[in-house]
Design a protein around this ligand. Structure first.
Ligand code: NAD
Ligand code: IPM
Ligand code: MN
Length: 347
């Protein structure tokens, strides 16, 4: 199998090699391997060429079985350039409409909130439309009344497919599906979201659907994180909830994500939830667990289920044993965590 690797910017350059060493060690336990095809795409390339990836980047990626990404974003370059130049087109061109973001407490990692050590949530984020829409967005400058306009696009097809995925997740788990909404009349697209999610969920009576307003949901996540099972959310709401839930589990540095094309017509993309973290980049202290965990999701997606399970057990063991980076209150470096996971897997 051929995996496209895009470490990207900032700590992406640090956590990706750390994770690859662990993924290789997990595969080697099962006499398996993958081919890593490295792409030095990102902000450096942008500064040299004006493009975050080559003009045929999407076509190049389409010839791989999966994509493993670190992060993009660099101070001094507008995020609109870096994100619309790489990450967002990949998510869209490859119809990665599910952004799967599990949040599970790690033994030995303190949560900043009471009950946070019981958190076990699967967040299913809509990843192709909603608030992250290309159409209609415009900033009108140089007038007496300057204004910026953003159009949200929610399609029945787009809501149905992500809702179906979330319902299936809830059915396999504890049977509770929470839909994040804002349907109290302010945002016109949200009553439509509610309607379509409810129609989809009605087909699976063993799954209980509840809709909670996004503001109240954010508060309840902090106050009672253990009550949630599967959360389905629009693109922007899901983005915000995933950093919040990651922090409740101990640090956004441990949060993984899979940008999935469930039909497998196109490669899926695996990346930690966090960004390029310019504030700590280059110091070797970034937590690689989010990237390692994303690697385990990738292995599972590719059918290397036993290697995925071994990798998951290994990083959980290492974290529990106290080999932790500073964001988790530890003193370990990125490469020390990686080496400890590799040691677990080769023991
Ligand atoms: P960030 O996630 O990069 O960092 C937020 C905070 O969390 C920082 O204090 C950072 O040090 C800390 N942090 C993040 N990951 C960590 C890790 N692995 N270990 C330890 N600490 C960690 O978010 P930001 O600072 O708002 O964004 C920085 C840049 O990254 C921006 O350009 C943003 O657009 C981009 N970004 C990219 C992605 C992506 O590529 N998928 C995701 C989020 C943000
Ligand atoms: C994420 C990131 C991205 C998003 C940004 C960098 C565009 O925050 O993957 O969570 O909002 O989707
Ligand atoms: Mn985010």
């Amino acid at each position: 199998m051929r995996i496209a690797v895009i470490p990207g910017d900032g700590i992406g350059q640090e956590v990706v090699p750390a994770a690859i060493a662990c993924i290789d060690a997990a595969l080697a336990r099962h006499d398996s391997r993958v081919d890593w095809v490295h792409h030095d795409w990102g902000s450096d390339l942008y500064q040299r060429t004006g493009g975050m990836m080559p003009a045929d980047g999407i076509e190049v990626l389409s010839r791989h079985d999966a994509i493993f990404l670190g992060a993009v974003g660099m101070p001094g370059i507008p995020d609109t350039e870096t994100l619309w130049g790489l990450l967002i087109p990949i998510r869209r061109e490859f119809r990665q409409y599910v952004n799967l973001r599990p949040v599970r407490a790690l033994a030995g990692v303190p949560s900043p909130v009471a009950g946070g050590d019981g958190i076990d949530i699967v967040l299913v984020r809509e990843n192709n439309e909603g608030e992250y829409s290309e159409v209609g967005g415009r900033t009108y400058r140089g007038r007496a009344e300057e204004e910026a306009i953003q159009v949200n696009v929610f399609t029945r097809h787009g809501i149905e497919r992500v809702a179906r995925y979330a319902v299936a997740q809830a059915r396999r788990r504890r049977g509770l599906l929470t839909s994040a909404t804002k349907s109290n009349g302010i945002i016109h697209s949200m009553p439509f979201w509610d309607e379509v999610v409810a129609e989809v969920a009605a087909g699976t009576p063993e799954v209980r659907l509840e809709s909670i307003l996004i503001d109240a949901l954010a508060a309840r996540l902090v106050l009672d994180p253990g009550r949630f099972d599967v959360i389905v959310a629009s693109n922007l709401f899901g983005d915000i909830l995933s950093d919040l839930a990651g922090a409740i589990a101990g640090s956004i540095g441990v949060a993984p994500s899979a940008n999935l094309n469930p039909e497998r017509e196109y490669p899926s993309l695996f990346e930690p939830v966090h960004g390029s973290a310019p504030d700590i980049a280059g110091r070797g202290i970034a937590n690689p667990v989010g990237a390692i965990w994303s690697g385990a999701m990738m292995l599972e997606h590719l059918g290397h289920v036993e290697a995925a399970d071994d990798l998951t057990a290994a990083f959980r063991r290492v974290t529990a044993d106290g080999v932790r980076t500073a964001d988790l209150g530890g003193t370990a470096t990125t490469s020390e965590v990686s080496a400890a996971v590799v040691a677990q897997l080769t023991a």
